[in-house]
Ligand binder design. Structure first.
Ligand SMILES: [Zn+2]
Length: 116
């Protein structure tokens, strides 16, 4: 996973939102990153801090990364559960492998604070 490319994509998006709102500065940003997105949150934060140096509007923005747990829903008994192991998850209720991933793949901008 290329965290620098992801950070650059997010920065582009943030700058666009900033422009749309005629913001002078972006003061805070929070991101939602799923455990299964393949993104290493520390690397993303590091990349983000490096990329934002190139953009004065973003220079002082505080970046928070919220890690989204891996949640599955069992198609056999409808139980939803949080899994640590995403290689061979099984339902804790009925041991089924017939599961649907509910969350854990997010790579979104959750919130952004602007100074206008
Ligand atoms: Zn089940």
């Amino acid at each position: 996973m290329d965290e620098v490319a992801i950070a650059m994509g997010m920065v582009d998006e943030l700058l666009r939102i900033g422009r749309e709102n005629e913001a002078k500065r972006i003061t805070a940003v929070s991101l939602r990153i799923g455990k299964m997105s393949g993104i290493v949150t520390d690397s993303l934060k590091f990349a983000f801090d490096a990329v934002k140096l190139e953009h004065p509007e973003l220079l002082t923005a505080e970046v928070t990364i919220n890690e989204v747990p891996l949640i599955y829903e069992c198609n056999d008994c409808d139980k939803s559960f949080e899994a640590d192991n995403f290689h061979f998850p099984a339902c804790p209720e009925c041991d089924s492998y017939n599961l649907t991933l509910i969350s854990g793949e997010e790579q979104d901008i959750e919130n952004i604070e602007l100074e206008v």
